[in-house]
Design a protein around this ligand. Structure first.
Ligand code: SF4
Length: 190
């Protein structure tokens, strides 16, 4: 978008990003940033990155691919590994990714950043907003705190995924969430 303000969008996966990128591209000059060392195992990471490339290309936004250094992520999450989803384990995971995204925005001289995480009903929007603002303040960039699941955002992302044949995984990304999903399936008898 010519003359529009630039924004860096931390993208967690193609499905969530499809709605957010389309929505923001109407207002901002959007750059997507795929930085997700939480996604494990590596073959799953590669699958989600491939899908992200296709969706960014289809929507017509620039995509920057972050590195995949899982050890750096584990160091910050390890002490919380036995906690359930939506606890300090996830908040530390948001923090790690948001700090790297805020640093990237500052490096690129993009004044605002945000994240697609709030599309998911499994994420805690209030914590996303707080942690995003803190990470932004550390690097001198603003965090756009928008709850992207609102106004049918989540529904639209599901519809986009269905229409374009994207994978809709039943786990968030880390090995703990993979195990939690396995237990849920077992409880359902599947
Ligand atoms: S469940 Fe998702 S947000 Fe929570 S720690 Fe795992 S990958 Fe991160």
């Amino acid at each position: 978008m010519i003359g529009a303000q630039s924004i860096l969008v931390h993208a967690c996966c193609a499905s969530c990003a499809s709605h957010v990128l389309t929505h923001l591209a109407g207002t901002y000059d959007v750059t997507a940033y795929f930085y997700n060392p939480n996604i494990q195992p590596e073959r799953e990471y590669r699958l989600r990155l491939d899908e992200m490339r296709r969706v960014a290309g289809r929507i017509g936004v620039r995509l920057i691919e972050g590195d995949y250094r899982t050890l750096r992520w584990w160091k910050e999450i390890w002490i919380y590994r036995d906690l359930p989803e939506r606890s300090e384990r996830c908040f530390a995971c948001y923090r790690h990714r948001f700090e790297v995204a805020a640093r990237k925005a500052a490096e690129l001289e993009i004044p605002v950043f945000t994240s697609t995480l709030s599309v998911s009903p499994h994420k805690v929007f209030e914590r996303i907003a707080e942690i995003g603002a803190e990470a932004g303040a550390s690097y001198g960039v603003a965090f756009l705190a928008e709850d992207f699941k609102k106004r049918d955002g989540f529904k639209k992302s599901v519809e986009y995924a269905r229409e374009h044949g994207l994978t809709r995984q039943d786990y968030c990304g880390c090995l703990m969430s993979l195990e939690e999903a396995r237990r849920r399936r077992e409880e359902r008898g599947g």
